[in-house]
Design a protein around this ligand. Structure first.
Ligand code: MRU
Length: 368
């Protein structure tokens, strides 16, 4: 239990390098209870990702990298056996595929596990003890990079708004979805530090209420002026002229600029077009998937009906057995996206060209 501490001072995802355990905040209990989980079994890590105890695309990536390391450390191998590497890799591969199956839409899960896998393959001539050291370092590097990436997204996003602006955000692409700053909230946090005095509207985000439970909680904890609204109120606040910009996160950006993000995002984007409010997607390049051509090629996770009918109520709020459709994400077509804000610069339409240029900048490590 950690009730005293400000939520912003607790690491979203961490690795205990003494005990080789993955440490996360159980986000399903927030904001009422702050419980820290220490995980080292693959089944528990899979469940933590699947049940959204740790969630948000970048945080899932970091948790998966640290998670596969803590599992790999527990693979038993005979260091004198000639097939030490083969025995190790067979189990590593199984763990990689298993963790990768925890959630389908956020590409960061796959991206981080792939990065860990590549490292193991490149070290096939080395003793397993050395591979484990490298895996630990890689997981720590992925987390450190996430912090840098979010700060850069914040700096780039801040150029798109001005002091006093009203900003609307959907779901939680905040500190609880990454390791620091958030993506969609990074311009908000940086602006707050610099006295911008933003007025933020947080959509509650049915059915799992990430906006209500997480975004409004973390922004309030930071002292940001935040107002919680139900999802069906965003049109009104835009029509009232209270919103100057919308910042959202994303789970996968296709090569053509179509964006998968929390269910309801495309509705916000459509309203934004109607009311002439710029709609910005904040995307670490680890979330841009150049191998996925369009939004139609992105697998949308479907979740249990009970999340809609029962989960947040004392009594069921729907008739028993009612047919429910519960997609966790939707696709926002690229023509509704004003710009995609990455750590390497801001991409605008046509996205098939601008995203390619952003990925090239990343390869050459040139900030645009
Ligand atoms: O189902 P969730 O809570 O993992 O969904 C999170 C989102 O949709 C976020 O906007 C996205 O992952 C970006 S987080 C920086």
């Amino acid at each position: 239990m950690n009730e005293e501490k400000n939520i912003l001072d607790i690491e979203t995802v961490d690795l205990d390098i003494r005990t080789d355990e993955l440490i996360i905040i159980d986000q399903t209990l927030l904001p009422n209870r702050t419980e820290i989980l220490r995980l080292s079994k693959a089944e528990d890590i899979w469940e933590a990702i699947n049940l959204l105890k740790v969630r948000g695309a970048p945080a899932i990536g970091v948790a998966a990298a640290m998670g596969i390391y803590v599992c790999a450390v527990r693979i038993s191998v005979d260091e004198n056996a000639p097939d030490e590497y083969e025995v190790f890799y067979r189990e590593f591969e199984r763990l990689r595929d298993y963790l990768d199956s925890a959630r389908p839409t956020a590409v960061n899960l796959h991206w981080a596990l792939n990065r860990m896998d590549k490292l193991v393959k490149n070290m096939s001539d080395e003793p397993v003890s050395k591979i484990l050291d490298a895996l630990k370092q890689e997981a720590l590097d992925i987390k450190a990079e996430d912090i840098w990436v979010c700060k850069q997204i914040g700096e780039n996003g801040l150029t798109l708004v001005k002091p006093g602006d009203g900003i609307l955000t959907h779901c939680n692409a905040g500190k609880l979805a990454v390791c620091k700053y958030g993506t969609a909230t990074a311009p908000i946090y940086l602006g707050h530090e610099r006295g911008y005095g933003f007025k933020v509207f947080a959509d509650e985000t049915r059915p799992l209420l990430q906006g209500a439970r997480l975004t409004s909680y973390e922004l309030m904890s930071a002292g940001v002026d935040v107002t919680l609204i139900c999802d069906n109120m965003s049109g009104l606040v835009m029509r009232n002229g209270w919103v100057n910009a919308i910042f959202v996160g994303c789970d996968r950006v296709a090569a053509n600029g179509d964006v998968a993000n929390k269910i309801g995002t495309s509705m916000v984007a459509t309203l934004a077009k109607r009311y002439n409010v710029p709609f910005y997607v904040c995307a670490p390049t680890s979330t841009i998937d150049m191998d996925t051509a369009t939004g139609n090629d992105i697998k949308i996770e479907e979740r249990p009906a009970s999340e809609v009918t029962d989960m947040w109520y004392n009594e069921p709020m729907a008739p028993k057995g009612v047919k429910v459709y519960n997609p966790a994400f939707d696709i926002t077509d690229n023509d509704l996206v004003t710009a995609i804000v990455t750590e390497y610069g801001i991409a605008r339409a046509p996205y098939s060209e601008s995203l390619k240029a952003i990925m090239e900048s990343k390869e050459n490590n040139v900030l645009r």
